[in-house]
Design a protein around this ligand. Structure first.
Ligand SMILES: Nc1nc2c(c(=O)[nH]1)N[C@H]1C(S)=C(S)[C@@H](COP(=O)(O)O)O[C@H]1N2
Ligand SMILES: [Mo]
Length: 257
């Protein structure tokens, strides 16, 4: 995502009319904060709002994703869709608020995962200690609000198992993340405890490549792409609304449904 909130050209106010039913549906479900204006849409999707196809694609991606994960969110016995290994994209598609050439690889030996908030054991974790935890693998669809998506195969310790292991207060409201590239992010506790929410260390069976969050990133099936922080350095359990990089710039915080 290069300069997502600057419209490249003056938007045509009629363009949303082409997508009126979708826009109404998205607004009704509260997926976007406030009324959906062209300015907001530019902020939210980073797409070229003079291009009606791009606008439609972005809106549809957000809408379809939310239809797909709704049941999983409201019924913990239900899971978001998973896919066969044959559909996994290799390598995955990169995105960040800067270009892939600007990714600064993390030194995994020096790296530590710090913990904060109501957690009984706040000792930092090394990569080796994390690797010893029980793993789960999920093959899920990643949906970016820019209007693209791909199927990815992620493995790592379920966030729930990790939070239980360190004695986190699971009745707290939020789980917040700090990252090496200053991309703060946070999710609600029910989503953090969802069985398809992992602290991922591997993609398609191999160690996470640098651009995709080495050594540790969040992968959850119940949130849009931007709620999946890469290069995590700290996890905080908190009752104070933590916001996040895009959320502080107008994105809907829940971003799952
Ligand atoms: N640390 C960090 N995490 C991030 C981002 C970022 O800029 N920095 N971008 C987010 C966005 S918008 C998307 S779509 C996904 C992309 O993940 P991928 O490159 O593994 O496909 O990462 C998310 N996590
Ligand atoms: Mo994204």
């Amino acid at each position: 995502m290069r300069s997502p909130f600057r419209p490249r050209t003056v938007p045509d106010p009629g363009i949303l009319d082409d997508h009126r039913p979708l826009v109404r549906q998205i607004e009704r479900r509260g997926l976007l904060r406030g009324g959906l204006t062209l300015g907001a849409l530019t902020m939210l999707t980073g797409c070229d709002v003079t291009d009606t196809t791009a606008v439609g694609r972005a809106l549809r991606a957000v809408s379809d994703f939310n239809d797909g994960v709704q049941a999983a969110l409201f019924d913990p016995r239900k899971l978001a869709p998973e896919y066969p290994a044959s559909q996994v994209l290799k390598p995955p598609r990169f995105n960040a608020y800067y270009d892939v050439e600007d990714v600064k690889p993390i030194d995994g030996t020096a790296w530590r995962l710090e913990l904060a908030g109501p957690i009984s054991d706040k000792r930092p974790w090394t990569r080796r200690q994390i690797a010893e935890l029980p793993e789960r693998e999920i093959i899920i669809r990643h949906v970016c609000v820019e209007g693209w998506d791909y199927i990815g195969q992620w493995s790592g310790v379920p966030l729930r198992a990790f939070l239980e292991r360190v004695g986190a207060d699971l009745t707290a409201k939020y789980v917040a993340f700090k990252t090496a590239d200053n991309y703060p992010s946070s999710i609600d506790m029910p989503s953090a405890l969802h069985p398809q929410t992992l602290l991922a260390t591997r993609y398609a069976g191999a160690e996470l490549p640098d651009p995709y969050g080495y050594p540790l990133r969040l992968r959850t099936a119940v949130k849009l792409g931007f709620k999946n922080p890469k290069w995590i350095t700290a996890i905080e359990v908190t009752n104070t609304y933590p916001g996040g990089y895009w959320e502080n710039r107008g994105f809907n915080w829940f971003a799952g449904l």
